[in-house]
Write a protein that binds this ligand. Structure first.
Ligand SMILES: [Zn+2]
Length: 196
């Protein structure tokens, strides 16, 4: 009986994770799951970001990098998407204690991402790399919010030498998010498409 309940919970969690995009993400991306707390450490400072142009259409297309950054033709221009569906995101290298690996933190400036809190700390201390950071995620769908808290005292990083990802490495990682789509395909919501 207990085993059966555990199995139900396991499957339910797996389905939730899939729905929230966790299983679609390249493992190199710093991903905070629903109601999860993750501890990280920024390796790149606030200004050492890599800018990436991302396209997305809520419920129609998961965020993916613009193909022009790979010297390919991108169909999502000239009015194919609304202006709000193309946004510059910024990537930082951080160490994930939970994964014991370096990860790419990728966010756009908005009220729902940690960037405002990172900016606050940077303006106060001129660095975001001298202390650990706690990430949390709340909400669902378009209301999903990832926050970072860096109130702890500064302390040396014990994770050893961690190199920052180069722009080329970051683009290579994000390439895994690309699903080639036509503009016509974006008229059908993801949940109605078999391949989604
Ligand atoms: Zn594009």
């Amino acid at each position: 009986m207990t085993e059966s309940v555990n199995f139900v919970e396991t499957i339910r969690k797996a389905l939730n994770d899939a729905a929230s995009g966790a299983l679609l993400m390249p493992e190199e991306l710093f991903f905070v799951g629903q109601d999860e707390v993750k501890r990280g450490r920024f390796v790149s400072n606030f200004e050492d970001r890599v800018a990436v142009v991302m396209h997305n259409r809520f419920q129609y297309m998961m965020p993916q990098p613009c193909l022009r950054q790979y010297d390919e033709t991108c169909p999502f221009h000239d009015g194919a998407l609304e202006p709000k569906e193309t946004k510059t995101h910024y990537a930082w290298t951080l160490w994930s204690y939970d994964d014991s690996a370096r990860r790419v933190g990728l966010w756009k400036p908005s009220q729902n991402t940690p960037i405002a809190q990172m900016l606050d700390l940077f303006e106060l201390k001129e660095t975001i790399t001298d202390r650990d950071a706690l990430f949390t995620k709340t909400g669902k769908g378009p209301k999903t919010t990832v926050r970072v808290k860096m109130w702890m005292d500064p302390e040396p990083f014990k994770g050893g030498e961690v190199a920052t990802f180069t722009e080329a490495e970051i683009l290579k990682i994000l390439k895994k998010l690309i699903k080639k789509r036509t503009v016509e395909e974006l008229r059908q919501p993801l949940e109605q498409r078999k391949e989604a």
